[in-house]
Every structure is written in C-alpha cells, then in structure tokens.
Design a protein around this ligand. Structure first.
Ligand code: ADP
Ligand code: MG
Length: 704
C-alpha cells in the first residue's frame, strides 16, 4: 500500500482515540492528510530566557520556572484566572480570560513548567496572556528548534494532548515513515524552475526546516503546486467542453439584428457593450457551445447585450429564453424587451408561475411550434412541459440565484445544448473569478452609459436623523421617491428571526409615517414575512409612484428598476456587508436625476464597519468594492453569499497569493498548449496527480 494513504491511527503516537479526534477536528484521515496540515508560522524555541532578561520588545520568550497558586479575579466580563510564575531571577504574572474551568483541573501549581509566550508589561510588571505551558517533567528534549512550526489545533485536541508541539512530533514521525516514498507530482522541468525543491524535500523543509530560506522555498513550491493543479483542472475542463460539446453555429448576423441596431436602438452602444457583443458573436459562431459569464455593474446595460445576442439567435433560426430569478424581474425584463422590439416582427412572451392556465397552454403550444421567438420567465421555464422547437440561446440574469442543477435542466431541452450567457451584477474580484469561473469565458462591461450621474453617497450618524428627514422631504417635494432599508438577517427563517431587528423595522416605519403623514404622503412597508400577494402589491404601488417612501428589508428585489427613486437610506448600515450595500445602492441612480445614498449608523463603529462605510462613500466602482470586501471577509465568506463552493486549499491563499495564482495559471495554459492530453512521458507525474485530484470531486462554479 502507498504509505502516504496509511490510515492515521497506525501512526506511532496516535491510536484509535486520537485518530477519531484528528478526523473530526482537522479532517486528517491519512498520513498525507497530516503532512498537508501545514504550519501557519514558526517560532524560535531554541533559547531559554531568565525572567530578569525579559524586555517588552521580545516577540516571544521561553522560560523555565515554577507555577504558583491559581487565583480567580474580577467579575463577569472581567473575570480571569491568574497565577505567578517564578524562576530564580524573578517572577511574572500569567493571565487567562478563557477556558478557566479546564485550566483549573489541568494545571498543577507548585510544579516546574516550561513556559512560552509573548511578554507584555502591565502596571510595571511582566505578564503573559494565555501562555503555552508544559510540565518540565514530561518536556521532551531534542525538540528545541530555532524554527519550530506552529500548527492549528483545537481545544478538544489540546485536551487530549494534541497541542501544536504534539502535532509537530507526529509530523516528524510521519516524515520518517514516508521518507523516500513521497512521489513527485510536477515535471522535473517545473521542479527545477521552483528552485529544485522536490515534493519530498518540501514536506521535510516545511515541517522541520533547517533554515528560513529553505522553509520559504518549500512553502513557495507547495503553494505553487496547489494553485497549479487547481488551474489545470479548470482549464482541462474547459478544453473538454470545447471538444465534446458541439454548439449550434450562428454564422449570420441578419435582418432582425441589423434593423434593430440601425433603426430601433434609441442610443449608441457603449464601447464596452460593443466589445462584449463582438465576443459573444465570435463564441456563437465558433461551432462550440458558448459558456460565457457577463459581469457588469448595475445599470451598465447588460440586458441590452442579452437582447442583441437573442436577435442573433433569431437571425439564425433559433429561439431564445431569458430567465430571471424572480417574478418581478421577469416582468420587468419582459416589459423592457417588448418596448425595445415594438414594431419589429419578433414574438416575445412571458411565462411565470402566475401565468393563467389558458394563456400558459397557448404559450406552450406556440413555443413548441416555434411561433414564439423569445420567451422571458422564471423557474417556470425549467418545467418539463416547456418544450421548444429549436432552443439556441439561454440568457440567465443574476446567476447566483440559480443552482447548477436547475441550469443543467435547460440543456435537456435541446439535442445540441444551447449557448449560455450568464449575466451578473455581483462583481467577482479577478483573482476569485479566475478560480471560480476558470472554466468559463468572461466578459466585463466596465463602462456606464454616458450621462449617468454618479450616485452621491454620504455617511450620517443616527443623531442627525432630523436633518436626513428634512432632506427626504425636499426630495419628495420634487417628486422623487425614497427607499429606507433595514437589516433583517434571518428573514428567511422565522424561527431564527431577530426580534430586535423586526422591532427596529416597525419602529422605523412608524416614525417615518409620523413624520410623513397621510394624506399628504404615503409610506409603505415591505418585508419577507409578508405574503407574496401583499409584497407584489406594495412593490407595484411604489413602482407606479403611488407611495413616496418604501420602508423595507433587503427583499427589495435585486434588479428592481424604479427610475424615479432617487434616495436610498440604509439604516444600521454597519450591519450590512459591502457587496450588499453596493447592491442596495444600485437601486437608485437609474434615472436622469442626481441620486443619493445615505448610510446611517450609530456613533460607535468597529474597524471593519468603518472601512466598509468609507469605501462606499469613496467609490461607486463595483470591482473595487468587491476587492475590499474580499480583503475584509476572506474568500470563503464572500463565496458563501454567491452560493458557490470554493476548493479546499491547504496552504495557498487566493488573496495573498494572487500573483502566484496568476503565474500558475500561465504555466498551466502553456503546458496544455504544448501537450493538451498530457501524453508526453515528461508530464506523466502531472497527469497522474491530476487524475487523482479530480477523482470523485465535482468541479465547483460550473454554470452548466
Ligand atoms: P443592467 O442590467 O446591467 O443593470 P440595464 O440593461 O437594465 O442594466 O440598463 C440600464 C439602463 O440603461 C436601461 O434603462 C437601458 O435602457 C439603458 N442603457 C443600456 N445601454 C445604454 C447605452 N449604451 N446608452 C444609454 N442607455 C443605455
Ligand atoms: Mg439587469
């Protein structure tokens, strides 16, 4: 058996109980899993200090001394455990704020300990918050190192004696066991390019480095390897799609497209729109199925690009579907298309869950017969009874609300899979897009139509609410409409609903109603717990201009277009994430008037919240906002909101290692150019490792 995949319980020092914990706490099942549990930093444990030698600038210090009695101090929030720790040269104070009960049972006052931690000075005395302590009696000699790796561990593991040092010991045992059996995964050419660090060497030098330079080289090699295979998988997938999936060939741009473009289009396309339309035309004429992601900020004119693509499909004798995530958005798209196409011989229809039975019947028949050219709809389009005569293109708006499985159902509607264009207004930072959508082609509309006035964003404290009300009044007097949005986090799940937030919303509604009373004003409220009919009714009233102010939660649909709404007030703005703030702001600024976004917060703001607010005030650029969001929250969290999985990375970091990711992608592209099937014996190691890594793991982020 390959020693690398030996179950972890066979490793000396592990056994069944610890193995169970390693599996459940760290997802470590085998030797190789353990070896890939990489250290996150190194500390110098080669030297011992005396208390008398301590000074404040020391990043860490290691002492040997006796632990004094444990004392519980303070109350409630300030409750802590303290103890004195002394060596012959003096004494220091130890302090713990957490795990007090466990420390009481596990520490042995009066015994000699080895202490390691960061010395701080408090009231003229050295103290160590949460130091590492090990009984001197069981302290193992020979583990002292200038570069001792520190491993992530958990409270449960530590309680079973598997702290960072113990994990390190296991690593060393595992390294001995697998010595000489760690297969290389890269070509010798690449290994050489990476400074000659083989995989075997890399594992040894990361877990037991001889010096800083060698541990750095090992980290670099392992990060590169991880990112390289990530990109290789995505690029292989893309090649596969291109080779296996024939696409309908749209060769001509014909009469419909041309007469629309020259006679019906009320404005000039922006440069970015022209470029993207060209990219789409090229894709759809290539003979391969198009899988393209179109990113563009709210209001950048994606819908029009979708429409132009649909006209090309029509010119080539194919039907198109435009799918939106909600009924309201579908209606809006339908109205837009119908307006644009007025006077053209193009048959457009709308099909949603609320389409009446008789109408549905006639639509379904006409679709099957090919009499409908463009169908706009919601999930209702996915149903089996929706049959097309010749479906050639599917345009999906706001991609992250559709699951992969749902999109796959569209494929089944046509012998040759339709071209797919996915439009999203949720900007995805480039580094992340490369990973999440590395198998897709992406287009970006990075230019707004001319004449748009950038939204002015300001930050106001709750204490200046009266001034904000005054401003709202002015805008209403000029005929504008206003959104006031409250956070309501667990809205989808009433069980988990935060009562305070709901109260904030209803209190806010009441105070706005008092300030803007009937009959002069009309204020309405909208939130997720209202039934669908009421929600639709309130939304429609606002759209028609019958209400001045809409007090709502984030249910105000992504993409809803009310050009007359010019002010977006966001209450408790510190509680929203950046991308959500940006999405909400995108609800205004859709007409010709100057629009405003007012971010209301309390006086006290945490650092991250302050950065979010400042970013919003500074820029309207969705990509810049996405980059900041990514930095603040980390990729996993950001992706959570996009409802896509990210690959598990052991060592590389998509943000910090963005440059290396770029390099890895380039290397992977070059490799596949030279040897797309990886048949060259020189690439055998890469091919084997790639096959292993792909086993049973579906690719994330695929749209179809
Ligand atoms: P998105 O879907 O990207 O948010 P839309 O397609 O809804 O944006 O476009 C927003 C508004 O801008 C629409 O009213 C649309 O008609 C208009 N628009 C689109 N392209 C242009 C253009 N090139 N010049 C002027 N207005 C445009
Ligand atoms: Mg849109």
């Amino acid at each position: 058996m390959d020693p690398l995949v030996t179950p972890i319980e066979y490793l000396k020092g592990v056994g069944p109980q610890r193995a169970e914990l390693l599996r459940s706490e760290l997802n470590v099942h085998t030797y190789i899993d353990l070896l890939q549990h990489f250290p996150f930093r190194y500390v110098d444990r080669s030297k011992f200090h005396r208390v008398a030698e301590l000074h404040e600038e020391m990043p860490q210090a290691q002492l040997r001394g006796v632990l004094g009695p444990l004392r519980t101090m303070g109350e409630k929030q300030g409750r802590r455990l303290t103890a004195t720790f002394s060596d012959p040269s003096g004494s220091v104070e130890l302090v713990w704020f957490k795990g007090v009960r466990w420390l009481h049972t596990s520490l042995k006052p009066g015994q000699e300990y080895i202490l390691f931690g960061k010395p701080n000075v408090f009231k003229g005395r050295f103290n160590f918050p949460h130091p590492e302590l090990e009984l001197a009696a069981t302290w193992e000699k020979g583990l002292e190192a200038a570069l001792q790796p520190v491993y992530r561990t958990t409270e449960k593991l530590t309680a079973k004696g598997l702290g960072s040092r113990a994990i390190w010991k296991l690593q060393k045992t595992a390294l001995e066991q697998v010595a000489g059996h760690v297969p290389e995964t890269l070509s010798s050419e690449l290994v050489e390019w990476l400074g000659g660090v083989t995989r075997d060497m890399a594992f040894r030098q990361i877990h037991a480095p001889q010096d800083q330079a060698r541990s750095d080289a090992a980290i670099h090699r392992l990060k590169f390897e991880e990112l390289f295979f990530l990109q290789l998988r995505l690029l292989k997938q893309k090649l596969l799609l291109q080779h296996q999936l024939r696409g309908n060939v749209f060769t001509s741009v014909g009469q419909h497209f041309n007469s629309f473009y020259t006679e019906h289009l009320p404005f000039e396309l922006t440069g970015a729109q022209k470029r993207v339309v060209k990219e789409i035309r090229k894709d759809m004429g290539s003979g391969h199925q198009m899988n393209r992601l179109l990113q563009g900020d709210v209001g950048s004119g994606k819908t029009l690009v979708g429409l132009l693509s649909m006209l090309i499909a029509l010119d080539n004798g194919f039907q198109s579907a435009l799918m939106a995530p909600t009924e309201i958005l579908a209606q809006q798209h339908y109205a837009t298309l119908a307006r644009f196409l007025e006077g053209l011989p193009v048959e457009v229809r709308l099909l949603t869950g609320s389409t009446k039975a008789a109408e549905r019947k006639s639509i379904l028949a006409a679709l099957k017969a090919g009499a409908i050219h463009f169908i706009v709809g919601t999930h209702a389009l996915l149903e089996d009874r929706v049959v097309f005569q010749r479906l050639g293109l599917v345009v999906i708006d706001e991609q992250h609300r559709f699951g992969v499985a749902q999109r796959a159902r569209l494929w089944a509607k046509s012998a040759v899979p339709p071209h797919v264009l996915v439009m999203t207004a949720t900007p995805i930072p480039r580094t992340l897009a490369m990973t999440l959508y590395g198998d897709l082609d992406t287009s970006v509309i990075d230019e707004l139509p001319p004449g748009r006035k950038p939204i002015r964003t300001v930050h106001r404290y709750d204490s200046s609410r009266n001034a904000v009300f005054g401003f709202m009044e002015e805008e209403i007097t000029q005929g504008r409409q206003i959104y006031v949005v409250y956070p309501l986090i667990e809205e989808a799940d009433p069980e988990k609903m935060n009562g305070q937030e709901l109260k904030d919303l209803t209190d806010g509604f009441e105070s706005i109603t008092r300030r803007f009373p009937l009959p002069k004003y009309a204020v309405s409220m909208l939130h997720g717990r209202m039934d669908q009919a009421t929600k639709d009714y309130e939304m429609a009233r606002f759209k028609k201009g019958e209400t001045n102010v809409l007090v709502a939660t984030t249910v105000i649909e992504v993409g809803v277009d009310v050009p007359n709404a010019s002010v977006m007030v966001i209450e408790n703005a510190e509680r929203f994430g950046l991308s959500q703030l940006h999405q909400l702001r995108g609800r205004v600024g859709r007409g010709g008037e100057q629009s405003f976004c007012i971010l209301m917060t309390g006086e006290k703001l945490g650092n991250d919240a302050r950065t979010r607010i400042e970013t919003m005030v500074r820029t309207n650029d969705g990509f810049e906002i996405a980059e900041t969001d990514l930095r603040l929250r980390g990729p996993g969290d950001l992706m959570g909101t996009l409802q896509s999985g990210l690959p598990e990375l052991h060592i590389a970091d998509l943000i910090a290692d963005a440059g290396l990711l770029q390099q890895a992608r380039q290397v992977a592209i070059r490799l596949l150019d030279l040897d797309p099937e990886l048949r060259d014996p020189k690439h055998a190691a890469i091919a084997t490792s790639l096959a292993e890594r792909s086993k049973g793991k579906p690719l994330w982020g695929r749209i179809s």
